[in-house]
Design a protein around this ligand. Structure first.
Ligand SMILES: [Fe+2]
Length: 166
């Protein structure tokens, strides 16, 4: 995933080392249990640790938790990297290029088995916004199939993409 992020960084004018670092860090909290993630996030004021995430979307906790670990344990001070890590699950309407790269690379990384991931990787090199749209739609379809709700930040991202096309 980090290698893919690095390559997309090169494509889209983001320092590839920053993209690589964000790629390495984005799931840094995955090894923790949900209880561990919640304990880590206690008192955290970041906006990705909002009440809806806290109360309804435990699958998203690892993203703000990873940003917190990146800052506290690994000493990352690059707010662009921390943001991209914190937002990698939901995205949001005003994504910067590095946010988009991590959002897409996470979904399309080579280890993901599905054939569409390879197509998506190629698309991301040509049209990053189109790739973001594919990812957000894919995530929503998955969540619908699971009967799970979609975080409002992710819904807002989809709405912003629809507006942009008009
Ligand atoms: Fe993740």
């Amino acid at each position: 995933m980090a290698r893919l992020a690095e390559r997309l960084g090169r494509c889209w004018g983001v320092n590839p080392e920053r993209a690589f670092a964000a790629g390495l860090l984005h799931d840094a909290a995955r090894a923790l249990t949900l209880d561990g993630q919640r304990a880590l996030l206690r008192g955290y004021r970041g906006r990705t640790w909002d009440p809806i995430t806290r109360n309804r979307h435990s699958a998203l906790w690892h993203a703000p938790a990873a940003a917190l670990l990146a800052r506290r344990r690994y000493g990352v001070r690059d707010t662009g990297i921390l943001r991209a890590v914190a937002l990698h699950t939901t995205g949001w309407p005003n994504m910067r290029t590095l946010d988009k790269i991590i959002f897409v690379a996470d979904y399309a990384e080579p280890r993901r088995g599905f054939a569409a991931a390879a197509v998506l990787r190629r698309l991301a090199e040509k049209d990053l916004d189109a790739a973001v749209a594919v990812v957000v739609r894919g995530k929503h379809a998955y969540l619908r199939a699971q009967g799970s709700g979609v975080h409002p930040r992710s819904r807002a991202l989809l709405a912003s993409l629809a507006k942009r096309r008009r």
